[in-house]
Write a protein that binds this ligand. Sequence first.
Ligand code: MEV
Length: 334
Amino acid sequence: MRVLASAPAKIILFGEHSVVYGKPAIAAAIDLRTYVRAEFNDSGRIKIEARDIKTPGLIVSFSEDSIYFESDYGKAAEVLGYVRQAIELVKEEADKNGTGITVSITSQIPVGAGLGSSAAVAVATIGAVSKLLGLELTNEEVGRLGHRVELLVQGASSGIDPTVSAIGGFIHYEKGKFEHLPFMELPIVVGYTGSSGSTKELVAMVRENYEEMPGIFEPVLNSMGRLVERAKEVIISDIDRELKFQTLGKFMNINHGLLDALGVSTKKLSELVYAARVAGALGAKITGAGGGGCMYALSPGKQREVATAITIAGGTPMITKISREGLRIEEVLP
Ligand code: MEV
């Protein structure tokens, strides 16, 4: 038997980092996917084939007669840690510890870009392997197992990434609970800095600073939480689209400033954020853990201009759409 499953990337619209401290956040699944194929093998071991994992930091250099490739294997190895944990957790759940399983992964999501590549690979793996082992899990249950994988690999995690990857759509998330928000097309442009940040290290750095200066960090995290609640009110209100986007844009700019205060922005991220604003975006901010990775800009009627500005500022623009679907079982072959 062979199972192919896929799970989407995500963007956090508001509330990254503060969500780790129990504050709410708003996120959406987007139309970039990771595909995982799972099948049995006779060796009794776990085998992982990473056919195409997009890692940043692939360097190609030429000399007169040769081409050299250097890639960021460390990042790829980090992703494989999530896959291994996901398989082990599902085998434990299904009480099939000695079973040999081979998974092969292909992914459209750049690793370490703040788009939830690790969560998507964990969710797709849990989906494929659980089906292979005959476990009937709901997407919500897969999301919860994905959170356990993140806690095992990362140490700290709010669970928002695996939740949105498993259930899809546009969600409000708080302390493990989620609610779908009314679906709306968001005219956004994602800008990729080309470098990656480690979620584990960035979450740990914020925690260290918080413990050192709780009186300063607490109000910043509280403001982030309040911004998310205000953003939710605006999203579900019936004010017209233009005003909705203007207000959300303002909130995004404030949220970016607060993330900068936490220390997770970089020169490049801020350059892309400012380039997008100058080109007409109503708001722009980091998305995900920061330290490199991606920003996004709300750009109604200006997506092309903002994409060009991001390119000129040295980033890679991606015009993405929200994906209503989360984890998907693509194919089950006998
Ligand atoms: C990473 O996509 C989002 C963070 O808030 C970490 C987490 O929620 O687990 C930085």
